[in-house]
Write a protein that binds this ligand. Structure first.
Ligand SMILES: Nc1nc2c(ncn2[C@@H]2O[C@H](COP(=O)(O)OP(=O)(O)OP(=O)(O)O)[C@@H](O)[C@H]2O)c(=O)[nH]1
Ligand SMILES: [Mg+2]
Length: 242
């Protein structure tokens, strides 16, 4: 099964090399890695380029004209689909999404279309993060679940594994999120298309190195975007083909 680990990065120089190495150490057959970097000023792409010279399964998608977690994710999904991926694992570069869970995500994909690494089911944890940040995550999660009617416990988890057919069906070209709201938008689209979704527990830890890109402005924008998905869906405009 051709699988891509798709990792969007912005200023992750100190994390990305170790992360790639740990993924390679898993020795999963036909596992490729694509790092989608928005020309990070810290030189993240250099680290990736060096590693891809040594390991052909490490690939760099360098974007110089666009910036954003959302559009980077879409570009990465399309890249993997174009190269014939049967499954795609999406994960952050900062070790909050530890690669040790990759085998479990792939195993669970045998009986679900979409598998989520989840903090909020039995066995999962949100550790080593400040209390304020954890409370915000929990409250924002309740808001998203109620508005969008999702059954998922961890609606802001960007650590997940998709069968190819899910990414084909959710209409990547009509995704409206350019920023972090993409995480919930993708869940909403998969839910509306009726795919089976399963959560497996992960222990989510704070980023190893570097700085957060999240601030209150981005948080508010993300919450407003959720209302926008809901509104578009009500009008029958979320999917172009609907
Ligand atoms: N390509 C690209 N990647 C991004 C962008 N913003 C964030 N990312 C990456 O998306 C992933 C998640 O971003 P984070 O900054 O870790 O967001 P977070 O987990 O909510 O917050 P912290 O872990 O506290 O920083 C990381 O791998 C980032 O490097 C962007 O504009 N472009
Ligand atoms: Mg993070």
């Amino acid at each position: 099964m051709k699988t891509y680990a798709m990792i969007p990065t912005y200023n992750e120089r100190e994390n990305i090399g170790n992360l790639i190495q740990e993924i390679l150490n898993l020795n999963i057959p036909d596992l490729h890695i694509v790092v989608v970097d928005d020309n990070s000023p810290d030189g993240t792409s250099e680290v990736v380029r060096n590693l891809s010279g040594k390991h052909p399964e490490v690939e760099l998608l360098l974007r110089t004209m666009e910036r954003g977690r959302g559009s980077a994710g879409i570009a990465g999904f399309k890249y993997a689909l174009d190269r014939g991926a049967d499954a795609v694992i999406e994960m952050d570069a900062d070790f909050s999404h530890h690669p040790k869970y990759i085998p479990r995500l792939l195993e669970a994909l045998q009986d679900a279309d979409l598998v989520i690494g989840s903090r909020f089911i039995r066995g999962g944890k949100d550790v080593k993060r400040g209390i304020a940040r954890r409370v915000i995550t929990l409250l924002a999660g309740i808001y998203v679940r109620v508005i969008l009617g999702l059954k998922i416990r961890d609606v802001s988890s960007g650590y997940r594994c998709f069968k190819r057919k899910v990414l084909e069906a959710i209409e990547l070209d009509s995704v409206i999120s350019t920023g972090p709201s993409i995480v919930s938008e993708v869940f909403y689209r998969a839910h509306l298309k009726g795919f089976s979704i399963r959560e497996i527990p992960i222990e989510f830890e704070d980023r190893q190195h570097g700085q957060t890109k999240l601030n209150y402005k981005i948080l508010i924008k993300t919450l407003l975007m959720v209302l926008q998905f809901k509104r578009l869906n009500k009008k029958g405009l979320l999917f172009k083909s609907s």
